[in-house]
Design a protein. Structure first.
Length: 599
């Protein structure tokens, strides 16, 4: 393998590393026994192996050591690193990313020093940005695209291949890194994601490809490097799955009032009520903690009671029709595997059971499918193979046919690590058959996927809190101007809106959302601190998940003593474009900074 290396704007190698030393001058430097290849005026080269590790999920890391003869360089975290492969580009066997860490070691009795560099590919950028995102009935791929446009475009990241993935009924991700957001979306679809060496974002299925070459003998394997391990700690031939609660058919239950009892037991945890009658009279039904106002009776979701405000009279017939919740449980058995296991063990039933609880499984049919898929995935003998080779062409995520000794299976290549030293490149390969490691599980999980909701980093009651910051500078000539104070006690009494004056207590009152030229929501500011510093003051407005639902295109701040809960009351102090579609999954926090330009 040949390589060019650059860090930031510094080209460390303008010539390839190679094994043909006749074009170079080799100098052995004691006591460190390291070789420095000189070419013209260049004196910089790796003296330890140049290592590039490609992992199955598109992650790559690189490490190398630089001999800096004149101690002329200093390298920093997050500097760009480019390593070109033997085809003159970064793909597929080169590297592009950023420095994760760099350590310097001065060489005694010389001006030289060594730089130990560790780098990660561009996917590391996804850890730098924090995302707040919410959507309903959205394809996972569309969510990835929207997050990319909102958070990653300014990093220079553009769209590569982004497949649709699953249709998700609810996505709520708050206070998480973009990496964590994509990780959750990818998990829902059994996809992988990564930033390629051209700064393009990829989000797609774990498609299987055949490796460039297969193994039928040990010709391509370096001596004494082949290791075959047989293990499957997660083996099972009987799978029990407990799913989420699902809704029952319509249930009818009845009781008789005694004039004292207010709370009555239900056969199932309640999900929703159809009707409640007392002495054949319909009663109003509210949900605890959600429905405000006066209701005849209340229930809580997943609670097994119905509670009346006033105890039904003695002898009154009480009838409730409702839909309850029940938790499904399914079991799948591989009878052939059980029989084979009896023979292998030489005793016992041969059964190896496993139980899984998965709240994403919303029906008994889904739980049954999941149980069968788990048996297909885990009910096999696991084999891991590691070896080293000088033969290039192997990539992670491909299947390599291996037929040596008593092995004859297609193995998933999970990791390829290249090491280049003095022009000699070797490749260390890790490959798996069966659930020996998590990479196999992820790769073959597409037999069943049942994640329809994503909630990550979300607190109940607030949803995804999205923060928006605004500021406006008011010059002395501006009217209206919140920094123009009214006489003591006058309040906002000036008849013309072109010259309003404000008491300090009145200069930040309400916020409004508009759409298509009309006000759709108005609310008093949540907090307006009294402090003013350097001619600035602030207002903070929290809009809860249940407020201002729908399309918004403008936001307006109102001031003055005449500002009330009525739409449009007071004096408009600032207006800004604010094109959003708010859902029940999200909260808004709008921070406004008012700046006195005369200070």
């Amino acid at each position: 393998m040949t390589a060019f290396i650059s860090i930031g704007s510094t080209d460390l190698f303008s010539h390839r590393l190679c094994s043909y030393y006749d074009a170079w001058t080799m100098t052995e430097m004691d006591p460190y026994t390291c070789f420095v290849l000189e070419h013209e005026t260049e004196h910089i080269l790796t003296i330890e192996p140049l290592t590039i590790e490609h992992d199955i999920d598109g992650r790559s890391v690189a490490s190398f050591t630089i001999w800096d003869a004149d101690a002329e360089f200093t390298f920093y975290e997050r500097q760009q690193v480019i390593i070109l492969g033997n085809n003159g580009s970064t793909a597929p066997f080169g590297f592009a990313g950023v420095i994760v860490s760099v350590a310097e070691t001065p060489i005694p009795r010389s001006t030289a020093k060594m730089h130990y560099v560790e780098a990660a590919d561009y996917t590391a950028i996804l850890e730098w940005r924090i995302v707040d995102y919410a959507a309903e009935d959205t394809l996972a791929g569309d969510a990835v695209t929207e997050i990319m446009e909102d958070y990653l475009a300014e990093e220079g990241i553009t769209e590569g291949v982004i497949e649709d993935g699953e249709l998700l009924t609810e996505i709520s991700i708050g206070n998480k890194s973009v990496f964590q957001a994509f990780e959750k979306l990818a998990e829902a679809c059994n996809f992988i994601f990564y930033i390629d060496y051209d700064l393009k974002l990829y989000f797609h299925a774990r498609t299987l490809y055949a490796a460039d070459w297969s193994i039928t003998d040990t010709t391509d394997i370096l001596s004494e490097t082949l290791e075959i391990t047989r293990t499957n700690e997660k083996y099972r031939n009987t799978q029990i799955v407990v799913g989420a609660y699902e809704e029952t058919d319509l249930q009818t239950e009845s009781w008789v009032g005694d004039g004292t009892t207010k709370t009555f037991p239900l056969a199932y945890p309640a999900n929703r009520f159809s009707t409640v009658t007392v002495a054949a009279a319909n009663k109003t039904i509210g949900q605890k903690g959600t429905d405000a106002g006066s209701y005849d009776c209340y229930y809580a979701i997943n609670s097994e009671t119905l509670t009346f405000e006033t105890a039904p009279v003695d002898g009154a017939a009480i009838v409730a029709e409702y839909y309850g919740l029940w938790q499904s449980k399914s079991k799948a058995e591989d009878l052939t595997a059980i029989a084979n296991n009896v023979t292998r063990q030489g005793f016992g039933s041969g059964k190896v059971e496993n139980i899984t609880i998965d709240q994403s499984l919303s029906s008994i049919a889904a739980a049954g499918e999941y149980a069968s898929a788990k048996l297909s995935e885990y009910g096999v003998d696991g084999i891991s193979i590691t070896y080293k080779t000088r033969t290039p062409g192997l990539e992670t995520g491909t299947l390599q046919a291996i037929k040596i000794m008593d092995v004859d299976e297609d193995f998933l290549i999970a990791r390829v690590t290249s090491e280049t030293l003095e022009g000699d490149t070797t490749y260390s390969v890790e490959a798996y058959y069966g659930p020996v490691s998590d990479v196999w599980e992820k790769f073959f999980r597409d037999e069943f996927t049942a994640i329809y909701q994503i909630r990550e980093g979300i607190e109940e009651g607030t949803g995804v809190t999205k923060l928006y910051t605004f500021s406006h500078t008011y010059e002395e000539i501006d009217r209206p101007n919140p920094f123009t104070e009214a006489p003591i006690g006058a309040g906002l009494l000036v008849s013309s809106d072109t010259w309003p004056c404000f008491e300090k207590s009145d200069r930040a009152e309400h916020i409004e959302f508009w759409n298509d030229g009309a006000c759709i929501f108005r609310k008093a500011h949540t907090s307006v601190p009294d402090e003013e510093e350097n001619g600035e003051y602030h207002s903070y407005s929290f809009i809860s998940p249940s407020e201002a639902i729908g399309e918004i295109d403008e936001v307006i701040w109102w001031s003055g003593s005449s500002a009330t809960v009525a739409y449009g009351s007071g004096v408009e102090i600032y207006r800004a474009a604010f094109v959003k579609t708010k859902s029940l999954l999200e909260s808004f926090q709008l921070n406004m900074n008012y700046i006195n330009g005369s200070v």
